[in-house]
Design a protein around this ligand. Structure first.
Ligand code: AQP
Length: 333
């Protein structure tokens, strides 16, 4: 395998969905591959115009979460996206190859812009072009993405092809999605049909990396469920999304299947199961929280790690950008 790139937006406190759907799987990839880049995608986060202090705090928090979860900065490059200007420069070049019709099809823009499309900012609209640049600037071959990002990755492939055709060169390899079998889609603790999300206004909808054990116990106790006992198979709980979600979190954390978890807890009531689940979450997440606290206590050392990651990423990106600029015919002065 060639090169792997992925990232998370510093748009709020990270949650167990980001862990089970992304970070934990990246750690597994790192054990088997070289050449990985993990970014805090702050340029993307800017589309939501966070308060500048929050942006800084959340960027460090995402970095600390990567490292505390097991991403090794000696093996993988960890850096803020804005530290590598080539992302933005390539995004402009690619935007000149992007027909508006392609962007108009993007479902995430429609969802995020909602009814007020005319008020949405240009950054949100062209977000997938920047994401294509993030991937292509490193000649990334594999991108671990959730189902929700597949359409954007498809656009990155289309843009790689459009660039190659426009300039008559096989410059970019088409990046492949890397949908991990172990990646779990975690739903809100308040509504089993909505994705657990940083931007959900309710803190009780998610478990944060930084939640202490008492908070985890409380949030799981308050998580929405029903009064029926757990069934022996997931198919028998099709209309119980909250029940399935909690069992899914348990299964993901215990590296087992939903079927196995249902069999283990068949007949149990949620009041009992929730205690086991809270213990399971604390066992997995509290060591990470402790490590994050230690990293965040010394921001200067953390920033040094990110600076090194940014320098390494810059070296790769600027070499590729130089070639890209030559291909498009920019005069080198
Ligand atoms: N609920 C989830 N279940 C599984 N995976 C998830 N991811 C996010 N939420 C879940 C994965 O985490 C990575 C980072 O995503 P992001 O921050 O770039 O954007 P997002 O998917 O929009 O994340 P959030 O938490 O929902 O943030 P906001 O509220 O800011 O939009 C991705 O790999 C994603 O699949």
């Amino acid at each position: 395998m060639g090169r792997i790139f992925s990232g998370i937006q510093p748009t709020g406190d990270l949650h167990i969905g980001n862990y089970l759907g992304a970070i934990r799987n990246w750690v597994k990839l790192q054990d088997a591959h070289e050449n990985l880049l993990f970014c805090m995608v702050d340029l993307h986060a800017l589309t939501t115009l966070p308060n500048p202090q929050n942006m800084t705090v959340w960027t460090r928090e995402v970095a600390a979460a990567y490292i505390a979860s097991g991403i090794n900065p000696e093996k993988s490059m960890i850096f803020p996206q804005s530290a590598v200007a080539a992302h933005s420069e390539l995004a402009w070049i690619l935007s000149c190859l992007t027909p508006l019709g392609w962007l108009n099809r993007m479902t995430q823009f429609k969802e995020k812009a909602g009814k007020h499309k005319e008020q949405a900012n240009l950054g949100l609209y062209s977000y997938p072009v920047l994401m294509a640049a993030d991937i292509l600037i490193y000649k990334t071959t594999h991108v671990p993405v959730g189902e929700d990002q597949k359409q954007h990755l498809e656009l990155a492939r289309d843009l790689a092809g459009a660039f190659n055709r426009q300039y008559g060169k096989d410059y970019f390899e088409l990046p492949e999605p890397f949908i991990l079998k172990t990646a779990a889609r975690v739903m809100s603790l308040r509504d089993g049909t909505a994705k657990m999300s940083k931007s959900d206004p309710s803190d009780y909808s998610r478990i944060h990396f930084m939640d202490d054990p008492d908070t985890i116990v409380l949030k799981i106790r308050k998580a929405k469920t029903d009064s029926d006992p757990i069934a022996g198979a997931p198919e028998a709980m099709e209309n119980r999304p909250e029940a399935l979600n909690l069992l899914g979190i348990y299964a993901a954390l215990s590296d087992t299947t939903m079927e196995e978890s249902c069999r283990t807890f068949e007949g149990a009531h949620f009041s009992t199961f929730k205690k086991t689940l809270a213990d399971q979450i604390i066992a997995a997440m509290d060591p990470i929280r402790q490590e994050m606290l230690a990293l965040l206590k010394d921001p200067a050392s953390l920033d040094r790690i990110l600076k090194k990651g940014g320098e390494e990423a810059n070296e790769l990106a600027s070499q590729n950008l130089k070639e890209i600029k030559e291909i498009v015919g920019f005069l080198r002065v």
